[in-house]
Design a binder for this molecule. Structure first.
Ligand SMILES: [Zn+2]
Length: 244
């Protein structure tokens, strides 16, 4: 287990603004399979990159809806892990805190995090495929159900390949990032843009950049500290050090 950089604990105590960016690694510790790993059983023969697109939904809405129904059940069966819980505690320990996630499973909220910026949407929410408005009441037995307002098929409220991020999400993340004194990149491969650009924005604006990830990433050479371990191992120790 790598040691915690003492300067990180001091910097977090002193920081007026802290931003945490999380990725698939944090969810993987809860047993939520990553996009590719999720393809097992009946779904093994489908390429997720060919299911998570507007074109796939237009071609076969029932197939795409059912695939998401299956992924929603995987998420529902998962629970927040020590990494999620530590991030929720961190929010209460530091002064101004922003959590930005690329995960769509809502596990941060279930762990107690508030005001989470979800860059890629949330798999548990449903929206109208035409009006883009979130819909809560619909006929569950249909695949896909239709929009009560306009009759268009409903879809999961996630960002598909080739789609824009939700309006305002990237702007809010970017604004928080520019003001960050400490930026933690946690459990992300730092490969998927525009999220992967946020840490660089933090560095340009003078933040201390800390990466927590078991593997080296394109961000590693730019980080002030790169802690090569999982969030569930490192973050509870960080919280313990901060609470002393
Ligand atoms: Zn509609």
């Amino acid at each position: 287990m790598p040691a915690l950089p003492p300067r990180l604990v001091d910097a977090l105590r002193a920081a007026d603004n802290t931003v945490v960016l999380t990725g698939a690694g944090v969810s993987a510790e809860s047993g939520v399979p990553t996009f590719r790993e999720a393809q097992t059983g009946l779904w093994a023969r489908f390429d997720p990159q060919e299911l998570a697109t507007p074109e796939a939904f237009a071609r076969d809405p029932e197939l795409v809806w059912n695939w998401y129904g299956w992924r929603r059940r995987l998420v529902a069966d998962a629970s927040p892990n020590p990494g999620h819980l530590a991030i929720a505690r961190l929010q209460r320990l530091v002064s101004d805190f922003t959590l930005v996630t690329q995960n769509v499973d809502g596990l941060h909220q279930r762990a107690g995090s508030r005001d989470v910026i979800e860059l890629h949407g949330n798999i548990l929410r449903t929206k109208c495929s035409v009006e883009d408005a979130v819909v809560e009441d619909y006929a569950e037995e249909e695949s896909p159900p239709v929009c009560p307002s306009c009759g268009a098929p409903l879809r999961p409220d996630v960002v598909w390949f080739g789609e824009m991020l939700p309006p305002g999400a990237l702007e809010a993340a970017s604004e928080a990032t520019r003001g960050a004194e400490v930026f933690l990149s946690v459990g992300t491969s730092s490969l998927v843009y525009p999220a992967a650009g946020l840490p660089f924005e933090a560095i340009e604006n003078g933040a201390m950049l800390v990466e927590i990830n078991p593997d080296e990433t394109p961000l590693t050479p730019h980080a002030d500290y790169s802690i090569r371990a999982s969030a569930g191992e490192v973050l509870p120790r960080l919280i313990a050090a901060l609470s002393q």
